[in-house]
Design a protein around this ligand. Sequence first.
Ligand SMILES: [Zn+2]
Length: 462
Amino acid sequence: MTRTLITGGLVITASDELHVDVLVDGGRVVALATPGSHGWTADTVIDATGKYVIPGGVDAHTHMEMPFGGTYAADTFETGTRAAAWGGTTTIVDFAIQSMGRSPREGLDAWHAKADGNCAIDYGFHMILSDVNESSLKEMDRLVAEGITSFKLFMAYPGVFYSDDGQILRAMQRASGNGGLIMMHAENGIAIDVLVEQALAEGRTDPRYHGDVRKVALEAEATHRAVQLARVAGAPLYVVHVSADEAVAEIASARHKGLPVFGETCPQYLFLSTDNLAEPDFEGAKYVCSTPLRPREHQEALWRGLRNNELQVVSTDHCPFCFSGQKELGRGDFSKIPNGMPGVENRLDLLHQAVVDGHISRRRWIEIACASPARMFGLYPKKGTIAPGADADIVVYDPGAEQTISAETHHMNVDYSAYEGKKVTGRVETVLSRGVPVIKDRAYVGHAGHGTYLPRGLSQYL
Ligand SMILES: [Zn+2]
C-alpha cells in the first residue's frame, strides 16, 4: 500500500477547519499535523495549497438502475458511481427493493447482482419494503444484523410501493425492537391518486400538474401521520426528500417534543421550483420527481431547517431518466412521466455554492453532505470525516474555480442537466477512495469494481 501526503490545504470537517497536512497509509488516514512540524515522507505528495481538503461526500439516497413505470433509471451502478466520484462523492447508499409478493432477501440479492463488481466508489443498501407481512417483518431482524439497518416505506404510490398505516405501524414496532431506522416517503398517495384522476379527466395533462396534484397539505399531513405512528411505536423516523415548508414545520415540532425524528432534503428543492415544472414544450417533465418541486417561497424554510438542524441531511434522490424516450412516456399524461431527476454529480458543488451565497457555513456544508449522513446510517467515522483511523476518502476541492453545469460536460448517463447553464464557484480537483485516486487533477483514473460493499452499523443518532 502506498503512502500519500496531502500538504498545504485547509482541512474542513463538520467540527473543525485546520491548516494541517494529512498522512494516508494503507487506505486510511493515519495522522494530521501542522505543516513543517513533521518529517513525513510518502510515495505520493498532493499539493493542496489554496485548496480545501474535505471528506468524500456520502450520498444516502440514490436509485441506480431503478425500475419505474416500465423503464429503468438511466445510470447503472457503473456510470452512476463514476459520476458520483466526479462530483466528490465517495459513498452512496442505494435502495434495494422488495417487490410485492417477494421477500426482501430476493430484492437484496438482485441489487447485489447489479452493483457488485461495478462500482467506482463504496456503496451500501437500504431496503425498500413494499410488502410488509409476517415473514418480511421477521426478515428485517436478520437484515439489520447483516448491515442493512434502514428500511424505506411509502405512504405514496398505491399498488406499487404503498404501505397502509397498519403495515407502517408494524414495521416501526419491529424497528423499535431491532434498532433499524425507518425512512419514510411522506405523501398521502391515496388522496393524490384521486386528484391525478380528476386532473387528467379535465384535460390537465402537462408536467406542471404533477406539482399541482401533489399538494403541500398532503405532504404535511403524511409527515404528521408518520411522526405520530413512529411515536406510538417508539421508533425513530427519517423523512426523505422533505420539500415543503409545512413538512419542515411538522419535523421541527416533533423534534421540539424530543422525538427522534430526522429530515432530509435534496438540492432540487433548494435550487429549483415549480417555475421549472412549468417550462413549455413538455420540458417541465425533466423536473418531475416526488415529492414535487415547490413554489420558490418554500426554499427559505428548507435553508433555515438546514441551519437550525431541523433537517440534518442533503441527499440527491438521484434517479435519472432521459428526456428523450423516457420522460417522453408521459407526453399527454403527466402521471406516466417517470419520477426522478439526475443529481449525484452536482450535490457537493451546489452545496458549496450555498456556502458562497451565505445560506450555510463551510462546516455545515461538510456536516450535511458527509458527516451527518454517515452518522445517520451507521458509517461514521469510517466515512464522513478526516481523522486518524477513518477511510482515506478525501476530496481536494478548489473553492475558487468557476464552472458551468451542463449535460455537455457532466458524467451522468442522462441527456439533460436539471441545472443546465448554472454557474457555480468551486470544483472537485482530486478524489481519493480508501487512499486510491479515483479522480486526479480533473481526470478519471478509477475503475469499476474498486468500490466495495459496506455493511452498516445502527444509526449513530439514536
Ligand atoms: Zn428516492
